[in-house]
Write a protein that binds this ligand. Structure first.
Ligand SMILES: Nc1ncnc2c1ncn2[C@@H]1O[C@H](COP(=O)(O)OP(=O)(O)OP(=O)(O)O)[C@@H](O)[C@H]1O
Length: 248
């Protein structure tokens, strides 16, 4: 297991956003986290990346207890993330943005070494033609790719993808799914939060379902789409329920 959480709990005032959630994630797999609005997905991501410390529970990265490590130390160990609201440095070009990611990565590269990684990553996510475009001139789909490139420039072992498919049209979703599968083929573990259920189902090896902070199910995509508890949790949102049973 590359990442393991046991009994993780976090509250905001009286609201328990994540309730004693445990999980184990296999190396080089795609682990999807789904759940209705307010289920605790982003809060759990923030616990994993180190933005929040859980009140109870332990987080292990390759058997090392990282529960109390700050975000930047987790990044150096190999845990990178994208953000739901993409935040590129708008006045910098694509290459400059990715350079920033590479220079703050775990390997302390000098500029020349970083440049090589940056060019590889930009090519990998399909941004070569936009290399010298200012980040704030990119459309949403390219901004999402840039966000991904910045995370990959850290040469991580785990990437946390926070709704990288949100706001993309079906063709862009398919291209992004291809990129995510290529990341997995390169030996990187992927943990993704998504609202687009059919897309998550298509590529995840294992899916964990949260509802009101609790883990209500875990299984393969087909197990999850037939799980009674999951179907009930999604009934409150007919659009999501339809996605769950296979409609697009
Ligand atoms: N910083 C915060 N302060 C107070 N309450 C918060 C905070 N962050 C999240 N919450 C609450 O915790 C619960 C879980 O929120 P979270 O954002 O983790 O859910 P989510 O599953 O990511 O939802 P969504 O799919 O809408 O992004 C919600 O009830 C939310 O209102």
């Amino acid at each position: 297991m590359i990442l393991k959480g046991t009994n993780l709990k976090l509250s905001f005032g009286g609201l328990v956003a994540v309730k004693n959630v445990s999980f184990e994630i296999k190396e080089k797999s795609i682990f999807g986290i789904i759940g209705p609005n307010g289920a605790g997905k982003t809060t759990l991501f923030n616990i994993i990346s180190g933005v929040y410390r859980p009140e109870t529970g332990t987080l292990y990265y390759k058997d090392k207890d990282i529960t109390k490590l700050p975000t930047y130390k987790r990044a150096r160990l190999g845990i990178a993330r994208t953000h739901q609201i993409v935040k590129p440095l708008g006045e910098l070009t694509v290459i400059e943005n990715v350079m920033v990611g590479a220079c703050f990565g775990k390997k302390n590269y000098n500029l020349k070494q970083a440049q090589k990684v940056v060019l590889d990553v930009i090519n990998f996510v399909g941004l070569s033609t936009k290399m010298f475009t200012l980040a704030n001139q990119l459309n949403v789909a390219f901004k999402k790719r840039l966000e991904l490139a910045r995370a990959l420039a850290n040469e991580p072992e785990i990437v946390l993808l926070d709704e990288v498919l949100a706001g993309l049209n079906p063709k862009e979703v398919d291209s992004m799914l291809e990129i995510i599968l290529k990341i997995k083929q390169n030996g990187i573990t992927i943990i993704m939060i998504e609202h687009l259920m059919h897309a998550t189902m298509k590529i995840s090896d294992l899916i964990m379902v949260l509802d009101s902070g609790e883990k209500i199910a875990q299984g393969t995509p087909s197990e999850i789409s037939n799980n009674q508890k999951v179907i009930e949790a999604y009934l409150g949102d007919p659009k999501l329920a339809l996605q769950l049973v296979g409609e697009k």
